[in-house]
Write a protein that binds this ligand. Structure first.
Ligand code: NAD
Ligand code: DAO
Ligand code: ZN
Length: 375
């Protein structure tokens, strides 16, 4: 505590180059900050998207990674919520409990440090990582691709230290996002019909949320036939591959016929703006609600005929599943510990930090749901 730590990290020196394994210096936490020993981190499409150079907020050189778990190493001045040795999950969607957004009761999008996390700096405008004499940018207020990181006290939640971090790291993004989108953003009701477009980690977690909400029919949709078995394992009642429908049959018409007028709830987990439109238009007239979770490529726009909304369909979005990290994650961990919530089932691949680039190759292959990195 109080001194810089020298450790290993995967550094993104520039866009569209593989991560580079380096020795970095991690400065001690300043006031309101916490230094965390990262034990496990998931790899998510957003890390890859930023690395590819397409993220308008992407700043280089940086330490990426946002789906992580670890142990508090030391705390900065004024930090009373955390102490050395505590098990934590990092929160790319912070929760300060004091800002207008946190206090509104209407959103999980805390804004107290958002301007800094978006620019890759700490709230005093400086950075805590140095490598080869150069300062490195932070990423999403988390930077989990380093054996040690420094974050704001708002970007962490303390959790039950009996919960295995190689699993709970995934609650830092994908699983929480899908589950929360179904249970908190859309608030799927008992007996309702649900369609989920895109059966990756996020889509599977929407399925899990729909099952917990006791939806009566849950239709999974993916272009990859291998996802049928995955979807059924997570509780889907039906699977449709739109590319296998007869030529004259559009997926929207097919879904509307199957469900007597359309679905009560649909979710886009693909990031494809055409799929987003289909998901909206497959909703039932008068009340169907479509939730966008997928992140579209920079510059993409959505469209539909306004009459779709005039006639009672609703279009909305969800970030981190509407989940407030500090308030809600401990309860999800408790469910997991009581075997009422899946995490292990999403993990298809493991890598060591040294092989993190291989992890991205796995992520891009069709058979990877989540790859976790042993730090
Ligand atoms: P993934 O790549 O593992 O899964 C996407 C799935 O969609 C794949 O199975 C793919 O075969 C399928 N797909 C692609 N195009 C399709 C199409 N036209 N029709 C049907 N299926 C199609 O990704 P993931 O990790 O599950 O993430 C899903 C999306 O959610 C991504 O866009 C990601 O960036 C986004 N995301 C959003 C948030 C948020 O807070 N809103 C958080 C995490 C991830
Ligand atoms: O602007 O307040 C804000 C928060 C933006 C975060 C949006 C999260 C959704 C997209 C990220 C995908 C996965 C990390
Ligand atoms: Zn806040």
């Amino acid at each position: 505590a109080g001194k810089p730590i020298t450790c290993k990290a995967a550094v993104a020196w520039e866009a569209s180059k593989p991560l580079s394994l380096e020795t970095v210096e991690v400065a001690p936490p300043k006031a309101g900050e916490v230094r965390v020993k990262i034990t496990w981190t998931g790899l998510c499409h957003t890390d890859y998207y930023t690395l590819s150079g397409n993220d308008p907020e992407g700043a280089f050189p940086a330490i990426l990674g946002h789906e992580g778990a670890g142990i508090v190493e030391s705390v900065g001045e004024g930090v009373t919520e955390f102490k050395e040795g505590q098990s934590v999950i990092l929160l790319y969607t912070a929760e300060c409990k004091q800002c207008k957004f946190c206090k509104s009761g209407k959103t999980n999008l805390c804004q107290s440090i958002r301007a800094y996390t978006g620019r890759g700096v700490m709230p005093d405008e400086t950075k805590r990582f140095t490598c080869k004499g150069k300062e490195l940018f932070h990423f999403m207020g988390t930077s989990t691709f380093s054996q040690y990181t420094v974050v704001s006290q708002y970007s962490l939640v303390a959790v039950d230290d009996r919960a295995p971090q190689e699993k709970t790291c995934l609650l830092g993004c994908g699983i929480t996002t899908g589950y929360g989108a179904a249970t908190k953003t859309a608030k799927v009701e008992e007996g309702s019909t649900v369609a989920v477009f895109g059966i990756g980690c996020v889509g599977l977690a929407v399925l899990e949320g729909a099952v917990h909400s006791k939806a009566s029919r849950i239709i999974a949709i993916d272009l990859n036939d291998e996802k049928e078995a995955w979807a059924k394992k997570f509780g889907a009642t039906d699977f449709i591959n739109p590319s296998k429908l007869p030529k004259d049959k559009k997926i929207v018409d097919h879904l509307v016929e199957l469900t007597d007028g359309g679905l009560d709830y649909t979710f886009d987990c693909t990031g494809n703006v055409k799929v987003m439109r289909d998901a909206l238009e497959a909703c039932h007239k008068g009340w169907g609600v479509s939730t966008i979770i997928g992140v579209a490529a920079a510059g993409q726009e959505i469209s539909t005929r306004p009459f779709q909304l005039v006639t009672g369909r609703k279009w909305q979005g969800s970030a981190f599943g509407g989940v407030k990290g500090k308030t809600d994650l401990p309860g999800i961990i408790e469910k997991y510990m009581n075997k009422q919530f899946k995490i292990d089932e999403y993990i298809t691949h493991h890598v060591k930090l040294d092989d993190i680039n291989k992890g991205f190759d796995y992520m891009k292959s069709g058979d990877c749901i989540r790859c976790v990195t042993d730090m």
